[in-house]
Design a protein around this ligand. Structure first.
Ligand code: Z5A
Length: 207
C-alpha cells in the first residue's frame, strides 16, 4: 500500500519569511524524489479565493466572529477537498499557514477564546494534524520591514496585535514541542534554510 504523504505547515507572523522557505523545501523534496504540492490558507481553492478576498480586502467592518468563521470555513473546504486527498495519494503537502494561525491571530492577537478556537479547529480539520510545523520567529519590527508597505486589512491591525500574535505562536511551540519546531528566522535566508533542511531530513530521512 502507498504511504501517506507528509503534511508540513509553515507558520509565523507576516513577513517572517515562511513563504521563501516553503519554496526552498518544495525544491529540496522534488530533488530528493518526494512528490509534493504547495498550498496556502486562506484561499488556495476557487471557493477559498473568494473567502480570501473578503478576509484581506473587504473595506467594511468585519466582526471578530465573522472573521473567525471565514478562516474556519476556508480550512474545512481545503482539508476535505484538497489536503486529505493529496496525502492519501502519497503526495506531501506543504501548507503556508494552517490551524496555528487561527490560534495565534484570532486567539492571542484578537484576544479570542483559545479553547473554543481549538474545538472549532478540530471540527474544521476532522482529525488531520500536521506531521511537522515550522514556526519562523522574528521580531515584529523585522517582520514589518520585510512585509513592505502594501498592507492589507489584517496587516493594518497594529504593533500590539502582532506582539500578542507572536507571543501566541511561542506559547503554541512550548505546548507542542514534538510537532512545532521553532526556527530563529532573523538570520540570513541561507542560514534559516540550513535549519529548515535539517528538520526536513529528520522527518523524511532524505538527504
Ligand atoms: N490569518 C489569520 O488571521 N488566521 C488564520 O487562520 C489564517 C490566516 C490561516 C494571510 O496573509 C493573513 O491571514 C495573515 C494571517 C491571517 N495576515 N495577517 N495579518 P497572506 O497569506 O497574504 O500573507 P502572510 O502569510 O502573512 O505573509 P507572506 O506575504 O506570505 O510573507 P511571509 O511568508 O511571512 O514572508 P516571505 O514572503 O517569505 O518574505 C517576505 C520578504 O522578506 C520577502 O521580500 C523575502 O525575500 C524577505 N525575506 C525572507 N526571508 C528573509 C531573511 N531570512 N532575511 C531577509 N529577508 C528575508
Amino acid at each position: 500500500m502507498q504511504k501517506r504523504g507528509y503534511f508540513i505547515t509553515f507558520e509565523g507572523i507576516d513577513g517572517c519569511g515562511k513563504t521563501t522557505q516553503l519554496e526552498n523545501v518544495q525544491k529540496y523534496l522534488e530533488e530528493n524524489g518526494i512528490e509534493c504540492v504547495t498550498t496556502r490558507e486562506p484561499g488556495s481553492l476557487k471557493l477559498g479565493s473568494q473567502i480570501r478576498e473578503i478576509l484581506l480586502h473587504y473595506d467594511g467592518e468585519v466582526a471578530n466572529n465573522c472573521e473567525m468563521f471565514l478562516f474556519l470555513a476556508d480550512r474545512a473546504q481545503h482539508v476535505e477537498t484538497f489536503i486529505k486527498p493529496m496525502l492519501e495519494r502519497g503526495i506531501t503537502v506543504l501548507c503556508d499557514r494552517h490551524t496555528d494561525s487561527t490560534i495565534a491571530y484570532q486567539g492571542y492577537g484578537r484576544n479570542g477564546n483559545i479553547k473554543m478556537l481549538q474545538d472549532l479547529n478540530s471540527i474544521a480539520v476532522n482529525g488531520l494534524v500536521p506531521d511537522l510545523t515550522l514556526l519562523f520567529d522574528v521580531s515584529v519590527e523585522i517582520a514589518h520591514e520585510r512585509a513592505g508597505k502594501n498592507l492589507d486589512r489584517l496587516e493594518l491591525a497594529g504593533k500590539e496585535f502582532f506582539e500578542r500574535t507572536r507571543h501566541g505562536y511561542l506559547e503554541l511551540a512550548k505546548n507542542n514541542p514534538n510537532r512545532i519546531k521553532l526556527i530563529n528566522a532573523e538570520k540570513s535566508k541561507e542560514s534559516v534554510y540550513n535549519d529548515v533542511k535539517s528538520l526536513i531530513i529528520d522527518l523524511t530521512g532524505k538527504g
